[in-house]
Ligand binder design. Structure first.
Ligand code: GLV
Length: 315
């Protein structure tokens, strides 16, 4: 039987199926370091890894038994896919199945930040709420505002649909290549044009070298002081220090974040900001979505094991 390493416990029905087909080992000890990854690549025929596992170039430099990384997650910036290809390792991901769940979290953050839900929740739980008041916790109106999306892939378009159909928002976007969208939305000339025009900026680009610190202090400086910044993509896309500076100095009105530069570390300066809603990277975290992601990752590995092309191959 082929040896399969699954680097975190995943949905039971997927594990049950995996056990019928492979000699399965489940790693239950958190993210794998680059060294752990190198050892795993030498020991297993196939690996089902996820975010945080450091499949860096160094991990692919040693002995290689593994032939496929069926990544659990659409983002695979934790895997050096080029180094994998050079070492003869196929990499696959899990697109589509998490699009709606992730777009829902973008809207969760947008609404929660605009309507000060985090502050309100803390007030109620702390026993600080003194009752209804016409001027209590006034937030920002969402309906009819301008939604600026950075990265108009599948998830960006699902966010656009929610903004347009759900909240009557005017949608503008930045994308590195020209994009026709089904949802009414205008592609503006530059990233800065979108940052300038939007009442809500939502980052939905992939991570990786091409987008690292795409949102820097110059980009943030384009935003209106009343605007709110949302990131559901990867922490590294944003210069976190620059974002915190902008928030502390009141140059933007708030931020809703699901991702951070050095997860699970969240800078104390960010934790201290009342105008931020901070989630622990749960964009795809629904029972249904996480099961579908596990199934897709496993299906790719099964395809490889049966000499078929893994459908979600990325390298
Ligand atoms: C989650 O962030 C993913 O990339 O699937």
């Amino acid at each position: 039987m082929l040896k399969l390493l699954i680097t975190r416990p995943i949905a039971e029905p997927v594990l049950d199926q995996a056990r019928t087909l492979f000699d399965v080992t489940i790693h239950d000890g958190g993210a794998l370091s680059s060294q752990d990854c190198a050892l795993a690549l030498a020991k297993y025929d196939a690996i089902l890894p996820t975010l945080g596992d450091e499949f860096s170039a160094a991990a692919f430099a040693g002995d290689m038994r593994c032939k496929i990384l069926g990544n659990f997650g659409v983002g695979y910036n934790h895997i050096d896919a080029k180094a994998a290809a050079t070492a003869g390792v196929i990499v696959t991901n899990t697109p589509d199945v998490l699009t709606d769940a992730t777009a829902d979290v973008a809207l969760t953050l947008l609404l929660a930040t605009a309507r000060r839900a985090g502050e309100g929740e803390r007030m109620v739980r702390d026993g600080r709420w003194g009752g209804f008041g016409p001027k209590n916790l006034l937030g920002t109106h969402v309906t009819g505002k301008t939604l600026g999306i950075i990265g108009m892939g599948r998830i960006g378009q699902a966010i656009a649909a929610r903004g347009h159909f759900g909240f009557g928002m005017d949608v503008v976007f930045h994308n590195r290549s020209p994009k026709q969208t089904e949802v009414p939305a205008r592609q503006l000339g530059s990233l800065h044009d979108v940052m300038k025009a939007a009442d809500f900026v939502v980052v939905a680009t992939p991570g990786g070298a091409e987008t690292t610190k795409l949102i820097n202090s110059e980009a943030l400086a384009q935003m209106k002081p009343s605007a709110i910044f949302i990131n559901i993509s990867r922490g590294e896309v944003v210069d976190e220090e620059a974002l915190i500076d902008a928030l502390e100095e009141g140059r933007i009105a708030g931020a809703g974040l699901d991702v951070y530069e050095k997860e699970p570390f969240v800078p104390p300066r960010l934790l201290a900001l009342e105008n931020c809603v901070l989630l622990p990277h749960l964009g795809s975290a629904t029972v249904e979505t996480r099961q579908a992601m596990g199934q897709m990752a496993l299906d790719n590995i099964i395809a490889w094991s049966e000499d078929r092309d893994p459908p979600q191959r990325v390298n």
